[in-house]
Design a binder for this molecule. Structure first.
Ligand code: MG
Length: 259
């Protein structure tokens, strides 16, 4: 039979081993608006999603708005080519051409394209003009993700504190919800039920203590939008769990160097 001392020594070894494994873990690569900075691609296009998957990104981030007739569509800004999405119909919005010639996609089309891929989805719900429209957007999004069977591959991010609270409450497990702007300290995000902070490189640079605070609270840390090599290196060295970038190839190269 093992003595108490032997058991304690074994426990210490196991704990130490786990800590080493954690320290050696690498951040996961998230393509910001897909892998759009590549031939034939465009921001938030289906091609950018497929390209991000093809180079092995962990996830592809994209942005969602609701049109005036309550159709969820994928685009970053509130307007595209002068058309204001929230006050336009889906027919008007989806007639618009992205830089690569694709039509501006609906969420439906985007999720259909994602289904056969292995990549995870990081869905950003934009802060809408009214809380009621934002609330409806959340319902439409959760229903669509569920219908496509993508609930276990989709996480949510938002700048809207109201949407954050609603998504935390209503997105079914195992979805995780992250808050996007550094006006909440990690303890507040934890208190509200978030899975982590998804803050800009600028916010994290101003508050380097947040990385450890978040991890001590059991939160994950995603940093956006990290495009310079020096900044990527710093995020890696500081222990980010995820890095969101417009340049996933460069980030992959840096991560390979460190293996
Ligand atoms: Mg976004």
């Amino acid at each position: 039979m093992k003595s108490l001392l032997q058991i304690a020594a074994t426990a210490l070894l196991i704990t130490g081993g786990a800590a080493c494994a954690l320290a050696a873990s690498q951040p996961k690569v998230i393509a910001h608006r897909g892998y759009w900075d590549s031939p034939g691609s465009a921001q938030n296009s289906i091609r950018a999603l497929v390209k991000a998957d093809s180079i092995g990104c962990y996830a592809s981030e994209f942005d969602v708005w609701l049109t005036a007739d309550s159709v969820a569509v994928v685009n970053h800004d509130p307007e595209f080519n002068g058309v204001h999405i929230e006050s336009s119909t889906a027919a008007e919005v989806t007639a618009l051409k992205l830089a690569n010639g694709e039509n501006l996609p609906t969420l439906e089309e985007y999720l259909t394209a994602a289904e056969p891929l292995g990549i995870r989805l990081v869905l950003e719900l934009k802060a809408h003009d009214s809380l009621s429209h934002e609330r409806l957007a959340i319902s439409k999004i959760l229903e669509a993700v569920d219908r496509h069977g993508l609930g276990d591959r989709t996480d949510y991010i938002t700048f809207s504190p109201t949407a954050f609270a609603t998504l935390v409450r209503e997105a079914p497990a195992p979805a995780k919800v992250y808050y996007l702007t550094g006006n909440m300290i990690p303890a507040q995000v934890k208190f509200l039920g978030g899975a982590g902070i998804d803050y800009s490189f600028g916010d994290i640079s101003k508050h380097p203590e947040w990385m450890k605070e978040a991890h001590d609270l059991g939160l994950e840390v995603n940093i956006w939008t990290v495009n310079k090599e020096a900044d990527m290196r710093r995020c890696i060295e500081d222990g980010a769990d995820y890095i969101t970038t417009n340049d996933p190839e460069t980030l992959f190269n840096l991560l390979r160097e460190r293996k």
